[in-house]
Design a protein. Structure first.
Length: 156
């Protein structure tokens, strides 16, 4: 199968959209990810996949922390700001309202929910790394009901 058919078939599977935020040497990192999924209940594990060339790899080492911010329908612009590889880590957070987590990572305001995790494992996954995180805390924003959904290259 060729790459474009593979991508098109994968795009027929609707997903939510997250921004994975992290921090290293006082620099905040963030990127848009739809590869997030829950993995295990005991222990509480999640995973996401990240391109091996992505800047956020700098900040994602074993025992460091990251936040999974689950985006709401109102956050399409935020989604594309954090998917823009021409923006520096600092520029991605411009005009974005945030608060700080227990472990010092930026949480993106107006998201549906967030989970804070500690990195347990990093596996090779072709041109991506597969990161496994253990969840340590999180919160649901009850005021926000509608998630951002990605399907066939469009936001729903
Ligand atoms: C809806 C959507 C989902 C994405 N999901 C992922 C993902 O799961 N993993 C990934 O590596 N890149 C994903 N990307 C692309 C990254 O957000 C984008 O390449 C980002 O610029 C990576 O950061 P970098 O500039 O540090 O490489 C996604 C982009 C969009 C618009």
């Amino acid at each position: 199968m060729n790459q474009s058919l593979f991508k098109e078939i994968c795009s027929t599977f609707p997903t939510g959209v997250t921004i994975i935020t992290s921090k290293k040497d006082n620099i905040d990192y963030g990127f848009t990810a739809n590869s997030f999924t829950s993995v295990s209940l005991s222990p509480l594990l999640v995973l996401f996949c990240l391109d091996k060339n992505a800047k956020s790899n700098e900040a994602l080492n074993k025992n460091e922390f990251f936040i999974v911010n689950v985006l709401s329908k109102t956050q399409e612009k935020v989604c594309f700001q954090f998917a823009n590889s021409e923006l520096s880590p600092k520029e991605r957070f411009e005009n974005i309202s945030t608060k700080i987590s227990k472990k010092g990572i930026k949480i993106i305001s107006n998201s549906c929910s967030f989970i804070e995790c500690k990195i347990k494992e990093k596996f090779d996954g072709g041109d991506h790394y597969i990161y496994i995180g253990e969840c340590i805390n999180g919160e649901i924003n009850d005021e926000i009901k509608d998630p951002l959904i990605y399907h066939r290259g469009k936001m729903l």
